[in-house]
Design a protein around this ligand. Structure first.
Ligand code: PFF
Length: 521
């Protein structure tokens, strides 16, 4: 049987932009400010940076290296890659299922939220929310849009659904054109544009001064102070550490299989050390410089030190879709800046969601040898159906449930498996050689020790804490209202079914590959 050629990246800049595009997303501009502000402000930044250096950067290198290695065997997803590394172990490929399952689960809700940002870009330009001036009306505008409650602003969920369809089709369209022709092309223009919008917003916020002369302490310096003044007592809380580590994984898109897939389209001699570091650093600039300088300081200036506390705790959606449009409405050129804000989020979102789709598509292409066209069609049809519960049962906590499993829990589990495989099964000496193939810079030697001991221990510690503190309440749905129990249970059963289907597919695929290989012998 003739082997078809796998897709590849067009240029080095292209893959760096694509990985940075995956990393820079709604997580940088919405999730990060909300997490930082509600976990002690400046104190959050200490566990955050510790996690960046001990977990994020090592996993970035691990995934780039394992991905490129797997690509050499025509495997672009975790089941095949894990199997290539540990062929003697019959079960390891099933752990790799998480590397397809996790991105798929995130994709299901992420794309829907991304579609709100496209809708709001449009609303900003057309002035649809332009006259709303208080939290209550902006909040009711949002829930009317989501179809969660009926009110004068929207006649049901139709508008949201229309924007979801547009966003979904755009995603499928980009993936359809492949790595070089779709994803790389998109990221090459979307990323610079995103930085321009982000800089414009940041400059606008930083130069706000103290807009209300009767309240001189509601000024921009104090707004930054709210986020950056350390509260060391927060360091004693295990929850702050867990949240910080979770944010690092989520924001860098590591620990879930996406970077494995992207890196599998590299060639053997392509550098991963400097490229990985560049993409990660670009994400950090977008997060701690742009992400931290927009929403929170701006909200502080307009709502003051008291209200900002409750705003920070009111959740990610409120910050992005209620507080921020209210703030922007108070500024000159509000329609334009509103558009900048929401379109920035849209660009950040779409360059991330296409990366979430790629593992499932690559799995079908690589392991079942079907064409990209067919793989994308199957992916589109299946995902379209899977997205529906997230859209219609948003108010029932379905999205939070998906985010917990896909966007938090499995990230840490998968990262642990990858680190152990890399440092202990592959072996640190071989791993070190593999990282440095074609490398444009050396990884500091201390990372040999960190990757072998510190990263896995840190991950075990986080997992241990998690089980100890949260396992029982989560299984018993302690923090879910009783009315929503059925929805949450149904979501969990649905997730389990998806997982089992993937397990079966992995079994069929790898057996098929083995049989083919034996025939060739
Ligand atoms: N990194 C993205 C963000 O910050 O929004 C989200 C994400 C994309 C997470 C891809 C995981 C992933 F694999």
């Amino acid at each position: 049987m003739a082997q078809k050629k796998r897709d590849s990246w067009g240029s080095r800049l292209g893959i760096i932009m694509a990985v940075a595009g995956s990393a820079i997303g709604l997580g940088n501009f919405l999730r990060f400010p909300a997490k930082a502000a509600s976990n002690g402000g400046g104190a959050f930044m200490i566990p955050y940076f510790v996690s960046l250096f001990l977990l994020g950067i090592p996993l970035m290198w691990i995934e780039w290296t394992l991905g490129r290695y797997g690509g050499g065997f025509e495997h672009g997803t975790a089941p095949g890659i894990f199997h290539s590394i540990w062929q003697k172990n019959r079960f390891i490929k099933y752990f790799g299922v998480i590397g397809i399952f996790g991105p798929l689960v995130i994709f299901i809700y992420y794309t829907y939220i991304e579609s709100w940002t496209l809708a709001y870009s449009f609303f900003a330009l057309t002035g649809k929310y332009g006259k709303l001036a208080d939290q209550a009306s902006m909040q009711s505008f949002l829930s009317g849009f989501q179809g969660v409650s009926k009110n004068q602003y929207f006649n049901g969920i139709g508008t949201a659904y229309l924007f979801f369809l547009i966003t979904f089709i755009l995603n499928i369209w980009v993936i359809y054109y492949g790595i070089k022709g779709g994803i790389e092309k998109l990221c090459k223009w979307a990323m610079p544009l995103l930085f321009i919008f982000g800089l414009a917003l940041m400059i606008k916020v930083v130069t706000l001064g103290a807009p209300d002369i009767t309240r001189p302490d509601w000024n921009i310096a104090n707004g930054f102070g709210f986020l950056w003044n350390p509260d060391f007592s927060a360091l004693k809380s295990a929850k702050v550490w867990l949240e910080a580590a979770g944010q690092i994984f989520f924001t860098l898109s590591v620990g879930i299989g996406v970077i494995l897939t992207y890196a599998s389209y590299l060639s053997k001699g392509d550098d991963v050390v400097l490229s990985g570091l560049t993409a990660a650093s670009t994400n950090e600039v977008a997060e701690v410089i742009l992400g931290a300088s927009i929403i929170i300081p701006a909200a502080f200036v307009f709502f003051g030190p008291q209200e900002i506390q409750s705003i920070a705790r009111s959740g990610v959606f409120n910050l992005g879709f209620v507080t921020m449009p209210l703030v922007l409405n108070k500024l000159p050129l509000s329609a334009l800046f509103g558009f900048f804000w929401f379109f920035l989020l849209f660009l950040a979102g779409i360059t991330s969601s296409v990366s979430l789709a790629q593992p499932a598509v690559a799995f079908m292409e690589d392991e079942f040898d079907i064409t990209r066209k067919k793989a994308v069609t199957i992916f589109g049809a299946v995902c379209f159906i899977l997205c529906q519960p997230a859209i219609f049962f948003l108010g029932r906590g379905v999205v939070d449930e998906l985010d917990f499993w896909g966007g938090t829990f499995f990230l840490v589990v998968f990262a642990t498996i990858e680190t152990i495989l890399f440092a202990w099964v592959f072996g640190m000496e071989q791993a070190w050689d593999e990282i440095h193939k074609g490398a444009d810079m050396r990884v500091p030697r201390v990372y040999k020790f960190i990757i072998k001991y510190i990263t896995p221990l840190f991950l075990f510690f986080i997992l241990g804490m998690w089980f100890w503190q949260q396992w029982i309440p989560i299984i018993l749905m302690k923090n879910v209202s009783t009315a929503d129990h059925t929805f949450i249970q149904a979501t969990r059963i649905g997730l389990l079914l998806i997982f089992l289907v993937l397990v079966v597919l992995v079994r069929i695929a790898l057996r098929r590959k083995k049989a083919l290989a034996e025939q060739l012998r």
